[in-house]
Design a protein around this ligand. Structure first.
Ligand code: ADP
Ligand code: ASP
Ligand code: MG
Length: 412
């Protein structure tokens, strides 16, 4: 007997027949004698619609009310899945975040899980009951509903697996594993059988939305065994493992892209100590994550341009924070460019093999793609480019780093 957390994403619960399909899969695990907690997302498209409604009313909305609205999608799917399970004769009960509870901090819209109380759920397991848990939501210190950021059901699942000391956390989705890049834009992307936590963390944080970044960080921290697999087909998926469980290491394991960032340039900020601390300190105080940063150092002038990226959804709030600094910093203008995309190549093999950045830059140059900002870490190189070149860049890099699957018969 094993204790398993099964997580189903939006497409997997996208309509009633799919919810019934999920119920069948859960039933199979129950009949195999396992204790099961199922975490579900909202039906695909639902959360987008809820977010759009909140934004339509106010782009700078109250984050507590935003959470009240966007958390509702999961309430529908937990109830429906519990009904579908009961219909199959499986003892099942739904749980919303506050009922468990999933206690989080108070950063509405991107709250972090602090504690999950599992006693009651474990008692119900002893009675043979399946727990059907709403992903993406928790309850904050103010006793109000919080949400964990887009894609947050993955994190709900991994956190629950850690709290329950589950044997496995199986993330069922609409692809059959983690690929060398998004299989929806590169048809010759290859499925990866095993990927390290570290690489998965980097790919996720650079935009491979197959797992939410925080879920991978949490799996790594608590040693949760995560598997990504298809909810529609019965075949092995991708295991996320420690580095020593991987026999043959590639230099580049995968390529990610993120269209979710916008480029902000503060023109003519004074070139003196403390300016960066003021700008990025104020953004941090407003819980705005800044990713890439470049400061252009002027030769003889006392002013410089500061360019950085933030999430597209944070652009309005960023502009409002920066507007508050204008009298202090005396910059001449704020230029915002949402038409950018960050493309990253990732691999732990890079630590021992130089030349990845060179190959990346040359490949983009050969396609006449201009690089706007660069950032690197030990196991990744990222570039910011114009959004219109995203697919071209990802495909060219996928080929340049030898990741293409062999052409199938009939391919061009
Ligand atoms: P879910 O609703 O199940 O959480 P998501 O849409 O969040 O599913 O994540 C699955 C999607 O992630 C896939 O449909 C695929 O387009 C995308 N994706 C991006 N990068 C990758 C990758 N490297 N491997 C697999 N899927 C990826
Ligand atoms: N429903 C939420 C979203 O679309 C959470 C999730 O699917 O993981 O972001
Ligand atoms: Mg997801």
């Amino acid at each position: 007997m094993a204790r398993i957390v099964m997580k189903f994403g939006g497409t997997s619960v996208g309509d009633i027949s799919r919810i019934k399909n999920v119920a069948q899969r859960v039933k199979r695990e129950v009949e195999a004698g396992n204790e099961i907690a199922v975490v579900v997302s909202a039906m695909s498209g639902t959360t987008n619609q809820l977010v759009a409604w909140a934004r339509e009313i106010a782009s700078l909305h109250d984050a507590r009310e935003y959470d009240t609205v966007v958390a509702t999608g999961e309430q529908v799917t937990v109830g429906l899945l519990a009904l579908a399970l009961q219909d199959l004769g499986v003892n099942a009960r739904s749980w919303l975040g506050w009922q468990i509870p999933f206690r989080t901090d108070g950063i509405h819209g991107k709250a972090r899980i602090e504690k999950i109380e599992t006693e009651l759920m474990i008692e119900r397991f002893d009675q043979g009951q399946v727990a059907v848990v709403a992903g993406f939501q928790g309850i904050g210190p103010d006793n109000r509903i919080t949400t964990l950021g887009r894609g947050g059901s993955d994190t709900s699942a991994v956190a629950l697996a850690a709290a329950l000391k589950a044997d496995r956390c199986d993330i069922y989705t609409d692809v059959d594993g983690v690929y060398t890049t998004d299989p929806r834009i590169v048809s010759r992307a290859r499925k990866i059988d095993r990927i390290t936590y570290e690489e998965m963390l980097e790919l996720a944080s650079q935009g491979a939305k197959v797992l939410q970044t925080r879920s991978v960080a949490m799996a790594m921290q608590f040693g949760v065994r995560v598997q990504v697999l298809s909810s529609f087909e019965d075949k092995p998926g991708t295991l996320v493992v420690d580095e020593d469980e991987i026999v043959e290491q590639q230099v580049v394991t995968g390529i990610a892209y993120s269209p979710d960032e916008a480029k902000i340039t503060l023109v003519n900020v004074p070139d003196r100590p403390g300016v960066a601390a003021t700008i990025f300190g104020s953004l941090a105080d407003a819980a705005i994550n800044v990713d890439m940063i470049v400061q252009n150092v002027g030769q003889n002038v006392a002013a410089t341009d500061m360019t950085f990226t933030v999430g597209k959804t944070d652009v309005d709030r960023t502009a409002s924070v920066l507007a508050g600094l204008r009298s202090d910093l005396q910059y001449s203008e704020i230029v915002t460019d949402p038409n950018v995309c960050k493309v990253s190549v990732v691999g732990v093999g890079m630590r021992s093999q130089p030349g990845v950045a060179k190959t990346m830059f040359q490949t983009l140059a050969d396609k006449s793609i201009n690089i706007q900002v660069i950032s690197t870490s030990e196991i990744k190189v990222s570039v910011l480019i114009a959004a219109e070149y995203t697919e071209l860049a990802v495909r060219a890099l996928h080929t340049a780093f030898g990741l293409d699957a062999p052409a199938a018969a009939g391919d061009d």
